[in-house]
Design a protein around this ligand. Structure first.
Ligand code: ATP
Length: 191
């Protein structure tokens, strides 16, 4: 049975925290593949205007070059509007019927899970892998969701911190893969 990781996010920009937890998830859960699913607009960040998808996609693709188990999924961008996890998980359940699905989320999202659209349906179709984030207390996974907590690699990096550092003219080249730092610089993102 194929074991697939689904990693949704704004990835604005993708950073080493994302990549390290994806690697940990693959190793700890023996996942065959992990799909990085770029959100058009997160329902939980309605006030935020993300960087245009074309630039976030470019950074995502460059960050994943050479990582054979990682794939970019553009379906939420193609659907447009607010991105709901249920639509994406249903897509995977149909496309890979018989596969086991694991949806990755940071500890910061666990308490909100019951508020996700069609929560019961999502809980039936996918397990959850909870990513540790430094400074976030581990809370129980609320019913009816099922899942487990990853061990590695908690890294206190966030996209908002990276955007703030660029704005403050501080270096970000040690927080993102080198080609991502180059896109940020060349396209004058986050200034
Ligand atoms: P922002 O700072 O803009 O809110 P973010 O860094 O949390 O962004 P997202 O693209 O929103 O990045 O994150 C996608 C998923 O990855 C979320 O489930 C988030 O909790 C998780 N995540 C992000 N950064 C880390 C990190 N350093 N360690 C573990 N999980 C992370």
């Amino acid at each position: 049975m194929e074991r697939l990781g689904l990693f949704g996010g704004s990835f604005d920009p993708i950073h080493l925290g994302h990549l390290l937890v994806a690697q940990a998830a693959r190793e700890e859960l023996k996942l065959d593949r992990i799909f990085f699913i770029l959100a058009a607009q997160s329902p939980f960040k309605p006030e935020s205007k993300p960087t245009p998808a074309i630039e976030r996609l470019k950074m995502l693709r460059l960050a994943l070059v050479g990582i054979l188990w990682a794939e970019v999924d553009e379906q939420e961008i193609q659907r447009g509007g607010v991105s709901y996890t249920i639509d994406t998980v249903r897509h995977y359940a149909n496309r890979f019927s018989g596969a086991k699905l694991f949806y990755l989320i940071g500890t910061d999202h666990v308490a909100q899970l019951p508020k996700w659209r069609e929560a019961n349906e999502i809980a039936k179709l996918s397990e959850f892998l909870i990513i540790p984030r430094p400074g976030e207390a581990q809370s129980q996974i609320p019913a009816p969701f099922r899942g487990e907590f990853l061990k590695g690699f908690p890294l206190g990096v966030s996209s908002s911190q990276i955007r703030a550092r660029v704005k403050a003219d501080l270096p970000v080249n040690l927080l993102v893969p080198p080609p991502v730092a180059e896109v940020i610089r060349n396209n004058r993102l986050y200034l």
